[in-house]
Design a binder for this molecule. Sequence first.
Ligand SMILES: *[C@@H]1O[C@H](CO)[C@@H](O)[C@H](O)[C@H]1NC(C)=O
Ligand SMILES: *[C@@H]1O[C@H](CO)[C@@H](O)[C@H](O)[C@H]1NC(C)=O
Ligand SMILES: *[C@@H]1O[C@H](CO)[C@@H](O)[C@H](O)[C@H]1NC(C)=O
Ligand SMILES: *[C@@H]1O[C@H](CO)[C@@H](O)[C@H](O)[C@H]1NC(C)=O
Length: 333
Amino acid sequence: MIFILPLIFTFIATISAKGSYPPYGQLQVVGPHITDLNGNVVQLRGMSLYYSQWKAKFYNLQTVQALRSAWNANVVRIAMGTDRGGYLTNPEKEWTNVKNVIEASIETGIYVIVDWHIIGANPNKDKALAFFSNISQTYGCYPHIIYEIWNEPANTTWDVVKAYANELIPAIRRYDPNNIIVVGTTTWSQDNDIAANDPITGYSNIAYTLHYYAGTHKQSLRDKTIAAINKGLPIFVTEYGTAKVGGGVNGTVYPNESNTWWAFDDKYQLSYVNWHLSDVDEPAAALLPNTAASQVGDPAYWRSSGILVNQKYQKTDQGLGKPLVPFPLSTCV
Ligand SMILES: *[C@@H]1O[C@H](CO)[C@@H](O)[C@H](O)[C@H]1NC(C)=O
Ligand SMILES: *[C@@H]1O[C@H](CO)[C@@H](O)[C@H](O)[C@H]1NC(C)=O
Ligand SMILES: *[C@@H]1O[C@H](CO)[C@@H](O)[C@H](O)[C@H]1NC(C)=O
Ligand SMILES: *[C@@H]1O[C@H](CO)[C@@H](O)[C@H](O)[C@H]1NC(C)=O
């Protein structure tokens, strides 16, 4: 952790004026991998925020800077709530939450996933189209941005998800020709094998979602995923948990199962994002109840999942050790 202090001073010196490049610059999808523009395979590892309508207290610069400096995270995920009091009913409020984290990520020099956080069969396509048109028009020039267009399709078929993606992708590509778009898969983003048999065609830089919870999902899901990778499918783990699905307040984390999954992810060079960086009182949460944004970087406020994930991220190279490169914001306005 000795590298942290110099890093903090570096970016405090540069951010407010300019913003910073994310560590690997512009990303692309090449075969089953995410690479930089020179074709070097890279992995993103980081944290997902919790539903924006309930945990907006972490949707800010303080949190994003702590994720980079104390969590060694090179990506943050915005889980923008849609139903249940989110964007569908309060679009201005949630757009502001999204804007705050995108701009914090540009300042801090890490990647940011903009996730249309909805579970189920109805992604509210018209609202999603308007939202992603706006985000791609406003921020598509920044290499920090990754789009996640339907968090967890469920009780639906790949035909439906694919048709949705084939409307969302061109709406985004109209303004943003480059940044990665991650497409959810059926059964709460666990059916990459189905997507691999019928992938989206005609667009570059498309990846497919895998979600897993280490206490629940085991080798059979890894086997399905290997089959998809072997067919060339690029997979992005935009959500994984160290606990069980719906872990319950008295649940626990599964360190060994988490390690088995991380070894798998690293073997196949998948990028992965932990659900969730919040203080909700449940085992998958990284923070203790009543933690404030100013305390996200303080180990005294990390609960067992957070400690486990943080230790893992400290042991991996996230490309954050080198000096920040100023990003010329003027090229994007
Ligand atoms: C995006 O939405 C915000 C919030 O409604 C609005 O202020 C902004 O003008 C929109 N931008 C574009 C390009 O549509
Ligand atoms: C979706 O399907 C699961 C079982 O696969 C079921 O438990 C759940 O109730 C269904 N949800 C809806 C909204 O139909
Ligand atoms: C959690 O454990 C406490 C203490 O054993 C118990 O009182 C409570 O009912 C449990 N909650 C759930 C949801 O199981
Ligand atoms: C977890 O892994 C550790 C270290 O590999 C091992 O010693 C331990 O027996 C494992 N525990 C379980 C419950 O599998």
